[in-house]
Design a protein around this ligand. Sequence first.
Ligand SMILES: NC(=O)c1ccc[n+]([C@@H]2O[C@H](COP(=O)([O-])OP(=O)(O)OC[C@H]3O[C@@H](n4cnc5c(N)ncnc54)[C@H](O)[C@@H]3O)[C@@H](O)[C@H]2O)c1
Length: 251
Amino acid sequence: MVKIIMHGCNGKMGQVITDMVKNDDTAEIVAGIDVVDNRDNGYPVFTDIDACDVPADVIIDFAAAVAVDKLLDYSVKHKIPVVLCTTGLSEAQIAKVEEASRKVAVLRSANMSLGINTLMKLLKEAANIFAPAGYDIEIVEKHHNQKVDAPSGTALALADSINEARNNEYEYVYDRSQVRKKRDKKELGISAVRGGTIVGEHEVIFAGVDEVIEFKHTAYSKSVFAKGAVEAGKYLAGKPAGLYNMSDVIG
Ligand SMILES: NC(=O)c1ccc[n+]([C@@H]2O[C@H](COP(=O)([O-])OP(=O)(O)OC[C@H]3O[C@@H](n4cnc5c(N)ncnc54)[C@H](O)[C@@H]3O)[C@@H](O)[C@H]2O)c1
């Protein structure tokens, strides 16, 4: 039985995972952390992570970027691996994640779904065919009107997977309104749409002369991320220090 601490347990994702794990014979949530403590989850909830003294095999995090520094300190101090799913981290926080991963196992993924992680693999292959042939690459992402960060961490991760395959030759462009000039071949445009209750849509467009190839992923509910996060938690429990990602879990 993998013992999980749920960081951000009273948020939307924390609650989906709380419900999902109730029906899982191989995992249990032994404690939750959240600044809001407004419901009975069937496990103790701590409003301050440092007050949590419950032994656990792994922490699953879906909270807020502002909470990540303290979370990493806790994970290192207690030697509990952490599946870091919160998006919108600063450059300094990403550096801190790398530093922490030298002492404890850390898996960070902007998108925990199997579909997106498979798409990342496919995009590398597509980019290596279409980029040398001169096709322009653009990403459009759509999310609900409550999301605060833009572009989505997933859009950036998709862009990164393309850029890594192409020796990081692309520069990301988020806003074309300030400069009046034609797009450069080495631009990768990323656009964000916010509205309604859209769970998450990502479209990657390879546009050539008289030919357009589009890859599209749609998440219809948050359970796709919850499932991936719980599987990642089971994978990471007991793993040595290091920086892991979802491709390790998929195998
Ligand atoms: N990686 C992925 O696949 C993936 C998928 C969905 C959401 N996310 C990200 O996960 C995060 C949470 O998403 P959500 O939809 O559940 O958001 P949410 O706002 O519903 O929940 C966040 C929870 O974190 C709590 N929280 C805020 N500050 C805290 C702190 N300092 N310490 C402890 N708890 C704190 C809030 O009280 C809230 O209950 C966001 O960054 C979101 O972008 C990632």
